[in-house]
Write a new protein. Sequence first.
Length: 114
Amino acid sequence: MSEEILKTTKRARMACHLLLAFDGIRSRDGNAKPVLTRGEAVNVVLCPFKMGAARAFIERLDRLKALDNRRGTKGSLMKGHVFSLKTDAEKKLRDELKELADLLIQLFPPTRPT
């Protein structure tokens, strides 16, 4: 996965929402691999964004092979398109966001209370 995922600020914000949701699921359920349905991702996690943009973001992650689409017991895709982020994709997203965060901290240093 050599292509940069986060080419726009909107994608960066959507990635933050998605990673925060997965972190929340992980903290609630332990270290199990967190999963979402596409409906939950679009309608709940990414609800601050237009539905078409949120859907396109999830589809982009899928095209970039960043999603691990879960399969049922008979090998077919699970109803509701259940997915998680692949470990390498999650790391890449976090690395890209960390680089952005480091730059933003240089531009906007934290202020100390007086």
